[in-house]
Design a protein around this ligand. Structure first.
Ligand SMILES: Nc1ncnc2c1ncn2[C@@H]1O[C@H](COP(=O)(O)OP(=O)(O)OP(=O)(O)O)[C@@H](O)[C@H]1O
Length: 336
């Protein structure tokens, strides 16, 4: 390098020094950028950034090597500190894979819910009801629901009422020695918080089927009146074809009634009614349930309390303080 070179570099030294410091900081912080890039840039600036009246290129290289040693050490320390977190992530992935393998093995061994088989009743035998993280909610659960003989499934919060609904719908895994869970194909659910599909008023009643005015208006009209929502048809300017954000326009109780109207429209043989009238005025509940049974739908009613006992034949109580944590009783008032 000639004599004139340092003078030229001195003129640019302030900017270069700032850029050098900035880039060094940057690469120290974001060490996941390729190390070679860091080396290349740093070396380039170290070579050019000789301070005013100062060091030779040789000492600039020395500075660079010193910086690089520090930065590499920091990179190493950072890698070491992040290692436990990475290990935990790997461990959780491996655990999930093992769980999946176990679930697949179990599915091969135990009988899954016989969703494909046509059955005329709901039959559950020796079921161990458990959450996905294997907290047992009930053991040896056994009951049967025949057509026309509604069952009331009660229990406090967290007892497993919705969990049982999920098992019957085939959404949760089942286990238990000699276990049997058989349900008819014609089984639907009316949940506590209904899903209101984007679509017209007709679509809300016929969900998941798309509403066809010429085919569905009659049956949908009957279903809407049975749940006391016939006024919606008049209230909406476009009748069945009215569109709006239903979850904003309808009250909680109206949304629940609308969800119930779906069961009356489709008329499945059995329906899991999971606290589906919790927001409906108490004096209207009985009429709604009468409408369900009159439509030939047999309810499996999930409720925290003994609810409309005269409409149900038996009570399955979950969360009972015994070894198996459930009990089954016939209801004397069950209507025939
Ligand atoms: N996806 C899930 N993973 C793990 N545990 C769950 C899951 N869903 C529910 N649980 C647990 O399963 C237990 C039973 O829940 P479930 O919803 O069936 O109770 P419930 O009897 O319907 O209660 P509530 O009357 O409050 O609706 C609860 O302890 C709940 O925390």
């Amino acid at each position: 390098m000639g004599q004139g070179s340092p003078t030229l570099l001195c003129d640019r030294s302030k900017t270069d020094e700032f850029t050098y410091n900035f880039l060094t900081e940057f690469f120290l912080l974001y060490d996941n950028l390729p190390i070679w890039f860091h080396r290349l840039i740093s070396f380039n600036f170290a070579w050019r950034n000789v301070p005013v009246g100062g060091a030779s290129p040789a000492s600039a290289v020395q500075n660079y090597l010193y910086d690089r040693t520090i930065s590499m050490s920091l990179v190493g320390v950072q890698a070491l500190t992040s290692f436990p977190a990475q290990l935990a992530k790997m461990d959780s992935r491996a655990t999930r894979l093992l769980e999946l393998r176990e679930a697949l093995e179990l599915a091969g061994r135990d009988q899954p819910p016989a969703l494909g088989e046509e059955r005329s009743n709901v039959a559950v035998r020796n079921l161990t009801l458990a959450t996905p993280n294997r907290v047992t909610l009930a053991e040896g659960l056994t009951f049967q629901v025949d057509k026309g003989a509604p069952i009331l499934i009660t229990g406090p919060n967290g007892a497993g009422k919705t969990a049982l609904a999920r098992v019957l719908l085939g959404l949760w895994n089942t286990s238990g020695r000699d276990m049997q869970v058989s349900v008819p194909r014609s089984l639907s659910i009316v949940p506590q918080r209904p899903y209101l599909a984007p679509g017209c008023l007709g679509d809300q009643v016929t969900y998941p089927k798309r509403f066809r005015l010429d085919q569905d208006a009659g049956q949908a009209g009957k279903a809407l009146s049975a749940v006391g929502l016939e006024h919606l048809l008049e209230r909406q300017e476009h009748g069945w074809n009215a569109y709006c954000a239903w979850e904003e326009v309808l009250s909680g109780g109206e949304q629940q009634r609308l969800a119930l109207s779906r069961a009356l429209f489709h008329q499945p043989d059995f329906a899991l009614l999971d606290e589906c009238t919790s927001m409906v005025a108490a004096d209207a509940e009985e009429r709604l349930y009468d409408g369900v049974t009159a439509a030939g739908v047999t309810p499996l009613t999930m409720s925290q309390r003994l609810f409309l006992p005269k409409l149900h034949k038996q009570e399955l109580r979950l969360g009972v303080d015994s070894a198996s944590r459930w009990s089954l009783a016939q209801l004397q008032n069950g209507s025939g």
